[in-house]
Design a protein around this ligand. Structure first.
Ligand code: NAD
Ligand code: ZN
Length: 371
């Protein structure tokens, strides 16, 4: 079964196991990676209904006692109040340092559970069982955990690596299509920045991917995890290289913030537009051949993204990009793809070309001129 190791120099290596049905053997997998006695499983009520009984049974069979704690769905669960309630539930259950915190859910659960694990009694073992495509290929890997502050998303957090990540591609069968597609944007992003052969594979296999055929899903998840693992193990705290994973995110984050994260765009939908803008920018500045833009646009369309903005004001978007926590001193950093499978970070773009690329993309009109 595909296993991707994330290797750090200081013995915090951990495996990402990708296997259909692996949810049902999560207990024995956890047993190999922790001395913990109690598994504290954090999830949503809906996911508890879908996956909870199988996971709990597997942990109990492997000798864990289990506690399940549910939080409501949605980004609001990533708050300090919610973290406090989770820690409160752990204290009331008299859990101690031998606890294993298990995140069973998407990125919201993973980020909240990870911060709970990082802070409960100064840190207990943590494992991820991601159940959305986005969390399987992105959020569960790399150790970024956080909750939101009213003044900014992910502003209270830590780098805290899990002991283990278990990915069951079959869990994606129940995921709403829009959520599934949102995760696909991160898959396409990884191929675009790091692996031309994988990009070509996605071009060939998109119908099978959209039909969620398990073998194809297993393959694209494993490949995307490997790309992220190779990047974060070289640059855990985003001093440099890790920033290439933000391809499409400069505009993507601004689009989400513009709409106050109200789901006008899901994260991946915003990133898809962001990638298109970046590809357009690379083409406009002649850093990349037109074909590099065309292939990305075509693949995003094949994946079903509507590559059109909602008439957002370009100036406001640019201002939002400048205050993003990833831009330094108001200078816009763009990750660009000079070729499929290669990434370069550029902060030397003229405001004219940035405006023009963004305007073209948000208006959905290929020939839009700067005004
Ligand atoms: N830590 C990181 O590196 C990182 C990276 C990217 C995103 N994130 C964070 O991840 C969060 C978004 O994660 P997400 O997109 O997974 O959203 P999410 O966790 O909100 O999940 C989306 C919805 O899908 C439901 N769901 C989950 N799995 C399901 C399944 N198998 N079947 C049916 N429904 C299912 C959830 O209950 C939820 O309502 C954001 O808060 C973002 O900041 C973190
Ligand atoms: Zn992302």
């Amino acid at each position: 079964m595909p296993t991707v190791w994330v290797r750090f120099r200081d013995h915090r290596d951990y495996p990402i196991v990708i296997a259909p049905g692996v949810l049902r053997s999560s207990g024995p997998w956890a047993r190999r990676r922790t001395r913990g006695r109690t598994a504290f499983i954090l999830t949503h009520p809906r996911l508890q209904g879908l996956f909870g009984p199988g996971v709990v049974k597997s942990f109990q069979t492997a000798g864990f006692s289990t506690r399940v704690h549910c939080v409501p769905e949605g980004e609001t669960a990533k708050s300090l109040e919610s973290l406090k309630r989770v820690i409160g539930a752990m204290l009331q259950a008299r859990l101690d340092r031998t606890t294993l915190v298990v995140a069973l859910g998407g990125g919201v659960i993973g980020d909240l559970a990870g911060l709970a694990a990082a802070t409960f009694m100064r840190g207990v073992d943590f494992m991820q069982i991601p159940t959305t495509l986005l969390s399987q290929v992105d959020a569960s890997i790399g150790g970024k955990v956080a909750v939101n502050h009213p003044l900014g998303k992910n502003m209270i957090g830590a780098f805290y690596q899990p002991r283990l990540v278990l990915i069951d591609p079959e869990a994606l069968q129940s995921l709403p299509l829009r959520q599934f597609r949102s995760g696909l944007a991160e898959v396409i992003k990884s191929a675009a920045i790091a692996d031309a052969a994988f990009f070509a594979y996605l071009e060939r296999q998109m119908p099978e991917i959209l039909h969620r055929q398990t073998p194809v899903l297993t393959r694209i998840i494993a490949k995307t995890c490997a790309i992220k693992a190779r990047i974060v193990e070289q640059d855990e705290k985003e001093a440099g290289l890790r920033a290439v994973l933000n391809y499409g995110h400069t505009l993507g984050h601004a689009l989400e913030a513009y709409h106050h994260y109200n789901k006008t765009y899901l994260h991946g939908e915003a990133v898809a537009l962001g990638m298109l803008a970046a590809a357009r920018l690379a083409s406009l500045t002649r850093m990349a051949a037109p074909e590099t833009l065309e292939r990305q646009e075509k693949l995003l369309r094949q994946a079903g993204f509507s590559l059109k903005g909602r008439g957002e004001a370009v100036d406001k978007l640019i201002n939002l990009m400048k205050v993003d926590k990833k831009s330094r001193e108001g200078i816009l950093n763009f990750v660009l793809t000079p070729k499929i499978g290669h990434a370069r970070i550029s902060n030397k773009l003229t405001p004219f070309s940035v405006r023009r690329a963004i305007k073209t993309v948000v208006s959905g009109c290929q020939t839009a001129e700067d005004n």
